[in-house]
Design a protein around this ligand. Structure first.
Ligand SMILES: N[C@@H](CCC(=O)N[C@@H](CS)C(=O)NCC(=O)O)C(=O)O
Length: 218
């Protein structure tokens, strides 16, 4: 069988999600570094976003589709329960994490530090300040969600957790959001436990340019 390729920059949280999925399923893969809006990515993703996947003749865009393929084309533990109710609850949390938490709240805040667009490259305080109340509310919601079992859904590490962990990693490393996570005891315990999981650590990205190192604890 041909090699499975995950194409994209390892710092992308969605590239990381796709790689965690491979590790959880025990699927061998090669990471092919590529940036958004390059010819290789534009040939696969209609909006030029990463990650993309190549497996033989198959190419795919969008991390949810990529993870669906990884989950269904290979043996190994399901990333999303095949039980209809449990599986639907997992999809519910994937959707909340990706369409609300990530896109609307976390991404602008994280981007204001790593891609600030300011003349001197300093963090974009305007965007940061406007994101803080929304971030606070999202952390309260997530804290409540993981309080009972230590997972977003049921008592297993699912694709919903895989989607949350990479973004939570970046937020944990930034000052205001890191402080907020630490104030939410259940979410902090959730983060500490799952960031240490082998599948998550094995795909830990290198630092963004300008940052010396990551620490998993930091
Ligand atoms: N819905 C997409 C989102 C992917 C995404 O936003 N990727 C970012 C990097 S983390 C990207 O390519 N950004 C470039 C852009 O949006 O132009 C997925 O789940 O794969």
């Amino acid at each position: 069988m041909s090699e499975l390729q995950i194409i994209g920059a390892p710092q992308s949280n969605y590239v990381w999600v796709s790689r965690i999925a491979c590790h959880e399923k025990g699927v061998p893969y090669t990471l092919v570094p590529a940036m958004p809006h390059t010819a290789e990515i534009d040939a696969i993703h209609p909006l030029g976003k990463i990650p993309a996947l190549r497996h033989g003749d198959l190419t795919l865009a969008e991390s949810r589709a990529i993870c669906f393929y990884i989950d269904h084309a290979f043996d190994g533990p399901p990333l999303v329960s095949r039980d209809p109710a449990e599986g639907a609850r997992t999809e519910q949390w994937i959707s909340i994490v990706n369409t609300h938490f990530d896109v609307l709240v976390a991404r602008p805040y994280v981007g204001a530090y790593f891609f600030p667009g300011t003349s001197d490259g300093s963090p974009n305080r305007l965007i940061i300040e406007s994101a803080l109340p929304k971030l606070d509310a999202q952390f309260t919601m997530l804290d409540r969600a993981v309080a009972k079992t230590g997972y977003l859904v049921g008592s297993n590490f699912t694709l919903a957790d895989m989607n949350l962990l990479p973004m939570l990693f970046y937020l944990h490393h930034l000052p205001e959001s890191g402080e907020m996570v630490r104030r939410n005891a259940s979410l902090e315990a959730y983060y500490a436990r799952h960031i240490a999981r082998a599948s998550v650590r094995e795909a830990l990205p290198p630092p963004f340019p300008g940052r010396a190192t990551w620490t998993v604890e930091g």
